[in-house]
Design a binder for this molecule. Structure first.
Ligand code: SF4
Length: 712
C-alpha cells in the first residue's frame, strides 16, 4: 500500500476529508480522515465506495473530433486545442464576445473555475459563463446577498451540534448530506429537537420530533407565518434588530398580509394547525436554533424569497453569528462554494465582487491587467441554452457536467446543442448524453488525479490531492483552459504552470484593495471573502495546506462563524429584512396534468451516475428509476405498484417503475434525478421538468411540475 494521501470527497457539499491509498495490485482504498474538521473520520456509503469508481472503463482518454458523419475520431491535443481556440476566436470576431459561452460545474476545482472565469470575463469580455451550481444553490446566493450584502453562510457544522433545535427545510439530509446528518443525530442524542419541513416522509423524518408535510411550494407562507407569530408574541431581539438590521416594517407587513392567522397558514400549507403551532412554539422557545435548508427551498420559482423568509426569522430573533444559531444553506456539490468564490456564475465577479458595480469591475480588471471586462451580467443556465437555440450563442464549452440530463426541459437543451455551431466538452467520461453532441471532446482528470482546492458548505477550503497517475492523455481542466487561452492570444494572463500559482493569484485577488475604510465613523462595508493569509503560500505550503475556513487572516487563522459582531456586508453594516409576499409555484396542476412532480436524489447515487453507476455496492440500494406515488393516485392513473409507467408533462415524458414509497401526499409524485439514457431508456426526468426559473436567482423550479402518469 502506498502512503495514504489526504484528500477530499468529490460528491456532496459536506466536503469530507478522505485518506486514500493504492496497493501493489492497483486497488484503491479509502477511509475517513479523523483530522478533518468537516467529518472527523466519518464517511457515508458513497464516500466509502469511492475506490470502486476510479477504474478507467468508459473514461475519455484522448482528445477526439467529431467527423462529418457524426463519428468521433482520436486526434492530438495540438489539433484539438487549435480547433477550440480557432472556433471561439472566429465566432467572437464575427459575432462579438457574447456569441460564445461556457457552462461549467460545481465538480471543478477552484483553480479550474478561476481560470475559466478569468478567460470569459477578463479576456473574451463576456459574462456568459454559468454553472450547474445555478441548478442547486443560486437562490441561496441571491438570498444571502439580499440579506447580508454578501454570499455568506454565517455558521459552521459545529453549530448543528450546539443547537437545541435543528429545523431542516426541503432537505433529505440523511440521504443527501449523510455525514452532516450524523452530526445532527449525535446532537439529538444529547437532547436537541429536530423539525423536518418536507412534503415527503423521507429517511430524515424518521429521526424528527415533528414532521410538517407541507404542500409543495408553500414554504414562504409557513415562514411568513412564523415571523408574524414571533413578533406578535414578543419573541424578538429588539436591541439586535435596532442596532444591526433594516427593513423590518415592510417585511412584517408582507408577512402579516399573507399569514396573520396560524389557522389560515396551516390551511394554505396543508398541515394541521396544532402541528404548525407546535413548530412555531419550538422555534420561539429555543435560542439556539439552526435552520438548515437545501434544494427543496432553492429549486423553486420563489426560491430566493423562501431563503429570505427563513433568514428574516433569524434576524428578528438575533439568532445569527452565535454558537448553535443561524440560517444554514447546505450546498449540493463539492465545490459549489469555491465556484462562487471565483465568480463562476453569470452574475458574479471574482472574489465575491459584483459585476454590476463599476468599482468592482475596475478592481478586478486592474488586478488582472486584462484587455477588457464584461460589463453586464451574462446568461444564466436556462436562458443560456435558450440563447443557443435562438442562434444568439454559437459556441459553447461545457466542462464536467451533463446538461442534456440535468437541465429542466432537457430535450430543449439537447436541441440547443444540436443547433450550436461549436460544442466543446471537457469530461472524464467518453459517452454521455451530452458528449454525443460535441464537436470536440477533451479528456480531463478525475478525482484521485486532480490537484487543487474545494470549499465545503461551511466555507472550509480543503485540498483535493492526486494519488493516481493521469490516465491516457487526460489533462487538468485549468491546464486545458490556459492552453486554449494562450492559443487565443491571451498568453500574458494564463502563464500558469501549476495549480499553486493559480490559487495564490486567487488568494491575492481576494485581498486586493480589500481593507475597510479606517476613520470615517461608519461601520465598514467589507468583502468578507478575504484569503490574505493564503496569498503568499509557497508551493510546499500549498501542498500541505490544512483545511481552513474563510476568511483567513494574515496570520493564516480561519473563521468558524461570521457576523458575531453584528456587522454585515451592506454599505451601512446592517442586515436587511426582505419583504417576501408569498406566491404559488408558476404552474398549477389541472385536469390534463393533475399531479405535481417533485425530483431529488437517492442515498447512493450522485448526479447522472457516471461514477456511482460503476459501483455494484451503490447500485444495490436502488437499481432502477422509480415513481413514488400515493396508492389512490396510482389507482386513478390506472397504474400498479411494480409496473412500469410513463410520466408526462407539457415538456416531455419519461418511464419508470411505480412504487408506493415515501408516504407521498395525494396529488404528488417523486422521481429521482440520476438515471439517464446511458442506464435506462427514456429515464431522464430532466426532460419532464418545467423550465420555469426564480426571477431573482434564475434557479429552476425542479420541485413543482404538473404531470400525469399513464400505464406504459
Ligand atoms: Fe462524500 Fe458527502 Fe458522503 Fe461526506 S457526506 S463522504 S462529502 S458524499
Amino acid at each position: 500500500m502506498s502512503a495514504r494521501v489526504a484528500t477530499t470527497c468529490p460528491y456532496c457539499g459536506v466536503g469530507c476529508g478522505v485518506l486514500a491509498g493504492v496497493d501493489a495490485a492497483g486497488v484503491v482504498s479509502v477511509a475517513g480522515d479523523p483530522s478533518h474538521g468537516s467529518n472527523h473520520g466519518r464517511l457515508c456509503v458513497k464516500g466509502a465506495a469511492l475506490g470502486e469508481t476510479v477504474d478507467l472503463e468508459g473514461r475519455l482518454l484522448h482528445p477526439q473530433l467529431r467527423g462529418q458523419h457524426g463519428q468521433f475520431q482520436r486526434t492530438s491535443w495540438d489539433e484539438a486545442l487549435g480547433r477550440v481556440a480557432e472556433g471561439f476566436s472566429r465566432v467572437i470576431g464575427e459575432h462579438g464576445p457574447d456569441a460564445v459561452a461556457f457552462y461549467v460545474s460545481g465538480q471543478l476545482l477552484t483553480e479550474d473555475y478561476y481560470v475559466v472565469n478569468k478567460l470569459a470575463k477578463g479576456y473574451v469580455g463576456t459574462a456568459n459563463i454559468d454553472t450547474n451550481s445555478r441548478l442547486c444553490m443560486s437562490s441561496a446566493v441571491a438570498g444571502h446577498k439580499r440579506a447580508f450584502g454578501e454570499d455568506v453562510v454565517p455558521g459552521c457544522y459545529e453549530d448543528l451540534e450546539l443547537a437545541e433545535l435543528v429545523v431542516l427545510v426541503g432537505s433529505n439530509t440523511a440521504w443527501c448530506h449523510p455525514v452532516v446528518f450524523q452530526r445532527i443525530a449525535a446532537a439529538k442524542e444529547s437532547g436537541a429537537r429536530i423539525v423536518v419541513i418536507d412534503p415527503r416522509f423521507t429517511a430524515t423524518c424518521e429521526s424528527a420530533d415533528l414532521h410538517l408535510p407541507i404542500k409543495p411550494g408553500t414554504d414562504v407562507w409557513l415562514f411568513n407565518g412564523l415571523l408574524a407569530f414571533l413578533f406578535r408574541h414578543g419573541v424578538m431581539d429588539t436591541a439586535f434588530v435596532q442596532a444591526h438590521t433594516q427593513g423590518l416594517a415592510p417585511a412584517l407587513s408582507a408577512a402579516e398580509g399573507d399569514a396573520s392567522d396560524p389557522a389560515d397558514v396551516a390551511r394554505l400549507c396543508g398541515v394541521q394547525t396544532a402541528d404548525l403551532l407546535a413548530f412555531y412554539r419550538l422555534f420561539a422557545r429555543h435560542e439556539k436554533t439552526v435552520t438548515l435548508f437545501s434544494q427543496g427551498v432553492n429549486q423553486s420559482s420563489s426560491g430566493t424569497d423562501k431563503v429570505n423568509s427563513i433568514i428574516n426569522c433569524h434576524l428578528l430573533t438575533g439568532r445569527i453569528g452565535k454558537p448553535g444559531a443561524g440560517p444554514f444553506s447546505i450546498t449540493g456539490q463539492p465545490n459549489a462554494m469555491g465556484g462562487r468564490e471565483v465568480g463562476g456564475l453569470a452574475n458574479m465577479l471574482a472574489a465575491h465582487m459584483d459585476l454590476h458595480d463599476a468599482t468592482h469591475r475596475e478592481i478586478v480588471q486592474s488586478f488582472w491587467a486584462s484587455p477588457r471586462m464584461a460589463s453586464q451580467p451574462g446568461l444564466k443556465a436556462v436562458a443560456l441554452f435558450d440563447a443557443i437555440l435562438e442562434g444568439r450563442v454559437k459556441a459553447l464549452w461545457i466542462m464536467g457536467t451533463n446538461p442534456v440530463v440535468s437541465l429542466p426541459d432537457a430535450d430543449r437543451a439537447r436541441h440547443a446543442l444540436e443547433a450550436c455551431e461549436l460544442v466543446v466538452c471537457s469530461d472524464i467520461v467518453e459517452r454521455t448524453d451530452t458528449n454525443r453532441h460535441a464537436h470536440v471532446l477533451l479528456p480531463a482528470l478525475g478525482w484521485g488525479e486532480k490537484d487543487g482546492v474545494v470549499t465545503s458548505s461551511e466555507r472550509r477550503l480543503s485540498r483535493q490531492r492526486p494519488f493516481l497517475p493521469a490516465p491516457g492523455e487526460a489533462r487538468a481542466d485549468w491546464r486545458i483552459v490556459c492552453d486554449v487561452a494562450r492559443r487565443m492570444g491571451f498568453g500574458q494572463g494564463f502563464g500558469f504552470d501549476t495549480p499553486h500559482q493559480i490559487f495564490v493569484e486567487h488568494a491575492r485577488l481576494t485581498a486586493y484593495r480589500n481593507h475597510p475604510p479606517a476613520d470615517d465613523g461608519l461601520p465598514a462595508a467589507q468583502r468578507l471573502l478575504n484569503l490574505e493569509g493564503l496569498a503568499t503560500l509557497s508551493p510546499r505550503d500549498y501542498a500541505e495546506l490544512a483545511p481552513v475556513q474563510w476568511p483567513v487572516n494574515p496570520k493564516g487563522d480561519g473563521s468558524r462563524r461570521l457576523f458575531s459582531d453584528g456587522l454585515f456586508a451592506h454599505a451601512d453594516g446592517r442586515a436587511r429584512f426582505v419583504a417576501t409576499p408569498a406566491r404559488a409555484p408558476m404552474h398549477a396542476p389541472d385536469r390534463e396534468y393533475p399531479l405535481v412532480l417533485n425530483t431529488g436524489r437517492v442515498r447512493d447515487h450522485w448526479h447522472t451516475m457516471t461514477r456511482t453507476g460503476k459501483s455494484p455496492r451503490l447500485a444495490g440500494h436502488m437499481s432502477e428509476p422509480y415513481i413514488d406515488m400515493h396508492p389512490h393516485d396510482a389507482l386513478h392513473s390506472g397504474v400498479r405498484e411494480g409496473e412500469l409507467a410513463r410520466v408526462h408533462s407539457r415538456w416531455g415524458a419519461m418511464v419508470a417503475r411505480v412504487r408506493h414509497g415515501g408516504d407521498m401526499l395525494a396529488g404528488n409524485i417523486f422521481v429521482p434525478i440520476h438515471w439517464n439514457d446511458q442506464f435506462a431508456s427514456d429515464a431522464r426526468v430532466g426532460g419532464v421538468v418545467n423550465p420555469v426559473v426564480d426571477p431573482v436567482s434564475g434557479e429552476p423550479e425542479f420541485k413543482h411540475t404538473p404531470v400525469r402518469v399513464e400505464p406504459f
